[in-house]
Write a protein that binds this ligand. Structure first.
Ligand SMILES: C[S@@+](CC[C@H](N)C(=O)[O-])C[C@H]1O[C@@H](n2cnc3c(N)ncnc32)[C@H](O)[C@@H]1O
Length: 264
């Protein structure tokens, strides 16, 4: 199954939306701030370009992406003021898969721009936003068009369920009960996807540009260690329970003389 065609986080700003359930991801963004600040300062110091093109890949639909953009702009503005250099024009590209709820981000942009103006004042260069639907496992920007690429908590999503992992019965990822061929299949798919990601970004980033990517990994050599697989095992158990419940419901209805497929 191709992930790009079906995957999306829960849109909107309701109780179960991604926007209201992404505190772990926000914490990761806070943790990586010093690295980002250092990278953007060094990159802009070397280029001092009149316009700055920034892309956030796998931006999703919450406010995390705008938090990153705000941080980056603040760093550049501070540097410009220190060097007495005219502030650049900012081109901000927010990328995610086509099913992403881009509208939730777009509708929050006015408030974001007001906040930016409040904090940075009118000396700041204009800021232009665009949504870019498409998979980061392919080319999504023109050749040599990006100065700074950022991606947080997104790159561990594979482009598809790996081939040759059919005997991973009852699991949705590598788990302690997965056979070795399944572990190898996931590893191979990650290699294919990540190589493609790097190849595409190498074509899209300008000379002297840079990229900061953060994604889930593990400290242990063991691919089935609890630190990375446990939550997926729990989720698989919950999904299996739900499937069983539906099966039992259907069985009960059959006994009662109903057609379960008309009711479910
Ligand atoms: C957990 S969210 C992280 C969102 C945001 N970066 C944050 O830190 O809150 C992962 C996002 O990556 C997106 N994603 C997964 N695979 C992708 C792909 N191949 N291309 C673009 N976006 C992708 C998902 O749709 C999802 O919105």
């Amino acid at each position: 199954m191709e992930v790009a065609k079906v995957l999306h986080m829960n849109g909107g700003v309701g109780e179960t939306s991604y926007a209201n359930n992404s505190l772990v991801q926000r914490k990761v963004i806070y943790l990586t701030k010093p690295l980002r600040d250092e990278a953007i300062t060094s990159m802009y110091n070397n280029t001092l370009s009149k316009s700055l093109t920034i892309a956030d890949l796998g931006c999703s639909s919450g406010s995390n992406t705008l938090l990153v953009i705000l941080d980056i702009i603040k760093v550049v503005e501070k540097l410009c003021r220190k060097l007495n250099h005219k502030s650049p024009e900012y081109m901000i590209y927010l990328n995610d898969l086509p099913g992403n709820d881009f509208n939730t981000i777009f509708t929050s942009l006015d408030i974001f721009k007001e906040k930016l103006l409040d904090e940075m004042g009118t000396e700041m260069g204009p800021c232009f936003f665009s949504g870019v639907p498409g998979s980061f496992h392919g080319r999504i920007f023109p050749l040599q068009s990006l100065h700074f690429v950022h991606s947080s908590y997104s790159l561990h999503w594979l482009s598809k369920v790996p081939e040759g992992a059919d005997n991973n019965k009852g699991n949705i990822y590598i788990s302690s009960t997965s056979p070795l061929n399944v572990v190898k299949a996931y590893y191979k798919q990650f290699q294919i996807d990540f190589s493609l990601f790097l190849k595409c970004r190498a074509e899209e980033i300008v000379e002297g540009g840079c990229m900061i990517i953060t994604f889930v990994g593990r400290k242990s050599d063991n691919p089935t260690s609890k630190e990375c697989c446990y939550i997926w095992e729990l989720l698989a158990m919950a999904l299996n329970d739900m499937v069983l419940e539906v099966k039992y419901d259907a069985y009960f209805l059959l006994l009662m003389g109903h057609d379960p497929f008309l009711l479910h």
